[in-house]
Design a protein. Structure first.
Length: 365
């Protein structure tokens, strides 16, 4: 009977193995597949542990640069724009010009005020010199009066001695007395004139100090007017590329409003925001592998430069205050500055691009 069944199975193409054997073989295949998957997972985990033990990485990194935002120092209408979007400029190049007619008029007025103040100072100096001459004249008159008074006193003394011997008349004595009194009055008047003239000198000295201060003030106003006039021509303070250009011909600009930016694209770096739990393995001087998202095919080489003096939240507009009842512990991130050893794409790696960084352990200081 069994032989007949085997022949029938062979004739029909059916397997001669019993169902239990087939089930066992399928189970063994599943177990083998699971073991292979487990081995791959273990190897991947071990490799990840090896990598994590040798480097610290983050994808919270961005390219940064010293972007200079320019605003007008004086207000006015823009009369000329000398640059285009994304144009490379050098320090000192003219960027745009503001209507300077008002500022030229103010400078001319300031220059005239300086001339007027200097003329007033010259006039005060001349008045002072004249007053000193008048003082010398009054002192000479006083000396002349003193001499006449001395002569009158001597004449009066002789007359009084001679009248005792009746050598002169009483009228001559009275005349000598009158002459002495007139001489004394002349001396007193001359002394008063000298004192008055000297007091006027003090007035002129005070006027001169005021005139000097007026000249200084006028010169300062003139210098400020010159600075305002020079500020109507806006120049590039640094080398770079023009970006975010908002200035247009005919626009009325005011002080403090940003009109364009200058980006030094050849001097950029990377700021990586590492978790505070990752900082233990990072030190200045360590080598860094940088991958910019915009250019993923080529890796850049960098060096850890420095750490920020605080976490990102410490410098936010509204720093978090954890001194409340609803405290939630959040892992903070600390910005780390990374210098590029070499920039193979100058002008292409610009501030704002996203990057991934990997800091190698075991180096630095």
């Amino acid at each position: 009977m069994n032989a007949l069944q085997d022949k029938a199975a062979i004739a029909t193409g059916a397997s001669a193995e019993p169902p239990v054997v087939v089930a066992r073989q399928g189970k063994r295949k599943k177990i083998g597949i699971l073991l292979c998957i487990g081995a791959v997972v273990v190897l991947a985990g071990g490799w990840a542990m090896v990598l994590s033990s040798g480097a610290t990485s983050t994808d919270n990194a961005y390219v940064r640069g010293d972007v200079t935002s320019l605003a007008a120092k004086v207000a006015g209408y823009v009369t000329a724009v000398e640059v285009e979007d994304n144009q490379t400029v050098r320090a000192g190049d003219v960027l745009f010009r503001i209507d300077d007619r008002d500022y030229r008029a103010r400078l001319a007025q300031a220059v005239a005020n300086v001339s007027a103040a200097q003329a007033r100072l010259t006039h005060v100096d001349a008045e002072t010199q004249l007053q000193r001459a008048l003082i010398r004249q009054a002192e000479a008159q006083k000396r002349s009066g003193v001499a006449e008074m001395n002569l009158a006193n001597k004449t009066n003394d002789r007359s009084r001695k001679l009248i005792l011997s009746n050598a002169v008349s009483q009228a001559l004595v009275d005349e000598s007395d009158a002459a002495r009194l007139r001489a004394e009055a002349t001396v007193s008047g001359a002394s008063a004139t000298v004192e008055a003239q000297q007091q006027r000198i003090a007035v002129f000295v005070a006027e001169r100090e005021a005139a000097v201060a007026a000249v200084t003030q006028a010169q300062a106003a003139r210098d400020l007017a010159q600075i305002d006039l020079d500020s109507t021509v806006v120049r590039a303070p640094v080398d770079g590329v023009v970006g975010n250009r908002q200035v247009r011909i005919g626009r009325f600009v005011t002080t403090g409003v940003v009109l364009l930016d200058i980006v030094p694209v050849n001097d950029v770096w990377v700021v990586a925001n590492f978790k505070e739990t990752q900082l233990e393995q990072i030190r200045p001087g360590q080598r860094v592998r940088i991958t910019v998202d915009g250019y993923p095919s080529g890796a850049l080489e960098g060096v850890v430069d420095s750490f920020a003096p605080g976490s990102g939240s410490a410098f936010s507009l509204l720093p978090t205050d954890n001194a409340t009842g609803n405290f939630v512990r959040v892992v903070q991130r600390v910005p780390v500055k990374i210098r590029l050893v070499h920039n193979p794409l100058p002008g292409r790696i610009v501030p704002g691009l996203s990057a991934r960084v990997e800091v190698a352990h075991g180096e630095g200081s």
